[in-house]
Write a protein that binds this ligand. Structure first.
Ligand SMILES: Cc1cc2nc3c(=O)[nH]c(=O)nc-3n(C[C@H](O)[C@H](O)[C@H](O)COP(=O)(O)OP(=O)(O)OC[C@H]3O[C@@H](n4cnc5c(N)ncnc54)[C@H](O)[C@@H]3O)c2cc1C
Length: 391
């Protein structure tokens, strides 16, 4: 019978959270192995932030995370902050810049962040095993046994960092959530987040011809409002404001869209009517012309002929529009997975499972999902750090 190789820690998944956790644990003198089925480690980091890696957000705090218990994030975020990660980048000579709303990006390429993590792991003697298929994971006495294609390890601590199923073409899977269930843990049902929304019959709707048009908008659902870019696509709506709201969206819920936030449109239209200006030029000075044409539906009434009631109806169609998406574009287009391992079963200080000694879950596999803007990677670093200090 094959004898397992003994190590202190096995980390399943070599993405942002797994690599960071492995690095921290190994720096404490633990022998650490990272196993990942993808050919390259840290693939999502490489493509993050459009290739520039929006690696953190200076405003990171529990209010920017979705979870059944957003307060779960407080401890880990306080122990490993955006400034700690910035210090690490600076020690590696990696330059970064702020692009507004506290979002920090690499000045160069996202590859620098992956290279840095791999270099730190190698320096701390982490064994990295990409292209490695995990066949079985089980608990035996006080240890875990991890078996796969060409490896068999026995470890004291097992860290699950396999992320969520968003973007399967990069190796993403629901493995970690299935493993959690096999250990008897509850999983908040996962769904795609930060994902474009779709609409039935969009291609035949009056909005179909707007594909490619973008503008600033305020999009609301319940108590959540995001003001940012909105993009019309050939399937529906996208852009940062829509991606943000999509993480809160459930099938059947309507979303409210203000296509002209912060503008007193009714006032401007009344002014224009008084000054004998036309409707088209007035609307076009605030909105993209193609959108104005669609809103007026080919019939452009004279402003002088529009009474206050008609003006108000027009303003409402622009500033209080309601859309009910029929769906979203799925895990193939989603930047994150909402849901995951229920935080009520984990220690918020160490990410350890409360009922199973030395089993940890970190990163996106946990029911913690950040808003757009660097919050997800900060969660990967902070939760990875928390587990890395204890595993
Ligand atoms: C296009 C895109 C852009 C993004 N941009 C940003 C951004 O700029 N800023 C930001 O904060 N967030 C961004 N995100 C989100 C962020 O990348 C993730 O939240 C973060 O990478 C999650 O880290 P993780 O380590 O938990 O999971 P991942 O980074 O997904 O790592 C999980 C690892 O586990 C491996 N794995 C999965 N299943 C198995 C299995 N069965 N066996 C072995 N290995 C397995 C995977 O190959 C992967 O390497 C972006 C996401 C996408 C998709």
């Amino acid at each position: 019978m094959l004898t397992p190789q003994q190590v202190h820690v096995v980390v399943l998944g070599g993405g942002a959270a797994g690599l960071f956790c492995a690095m921290i644990a190994a720096q404490r003198g633990r022998s650490v192995v990272v196993v990942d089925h993808a050919r390259q480690l840290g693939e999502k980091i490489r493509i993050s932030g459009g290739g520039r890696c929006n690696f953190t957000n200076l405003n990171s705090g529990a209010n920017h995370y979705l979870s059944n218990n957003p307060r779960f994030t407080i401890s880990a975020l306080a122990r490993f902050t955006p400034h700690h990660f910035m210090d690490l980048l600076s020690r590696h000579g990696i330059q970064y810049l702020e692009k507004g709303q506290g979002q920090l990006f690499c000045q160069g390429s996202a590859h620098q962040v992956v290279d840095m993590l791999i270099q730190e792991c190698r320096q701390a003697n982490v064994q990295l095993h990409p292209s490695s298929k995990i066949e079985s994971v089980r608990r035996q006495g006080d240890y875990f046994l991890v078996k796969g294609d060409g490896f068999f390890w026995q470890c004291q601590s097992l860290v699950v960092a396999t992320g969520g199923p968003s973007l399967p073409k990069l190796g993403a899977s629901d493995y970690g959530m299935a493993l959690a269930r096999s250990f008897g843990l509850q999983v908040v049902p996962p769904r795609p987040g930060l994902v474009p929304l779709t609409f039935n019959d969009w291609s035949t709707s009056r909005f179909a011809s707007l594909s490619g048009v973008s503008l600033q908008a305020a999009v609301s659902l319940g108590s959540h409002t995001y003001q940012d870019g909105l993009l019309f696509t050939h399937k529906g709506l996208s852009g940062p404001a829509i991606l943000q709201i999509s993480s809160h969206w459930h099938p059947g819920s309507p979303i409210q869209v203000n296509l002209l936030p912060g503008v007193e449109l009714l006032f401007h239209l009344k002014e224009a009517r008084r000054n004998n200006r036309g409707l088209l030029p007035t609307l076009s000075s605030h909105l993209p012309r193609r959108l104005v044409d669609i809103l007026c539906q080919g019939q452009v009434p004279r402003l002088a002929d529009m009474n206050d009631e008609r003006l108000l109806a027009l303003v409402q169609s622009i500033q209080q529009a309601t859309f009910t998406p029929s769906g979203q574009q799925g895990y193939g287009k989603a930047e994150v997975t909402v849901g995951g391992v229920d935080t009520s079963q984990l220690s918020s200080k160490t990410m350890a499972v409360l009922t199973i000694p030395n089993l940890y879950f970190v990163g996106e596999v946990v029911d913690v999902t950040g808003e757009l803007g660097g919050y997800n990677l900060q969660w990967a670093w902070s939760s990875g750090y928390a587990a890395g200090c204890h595993a």
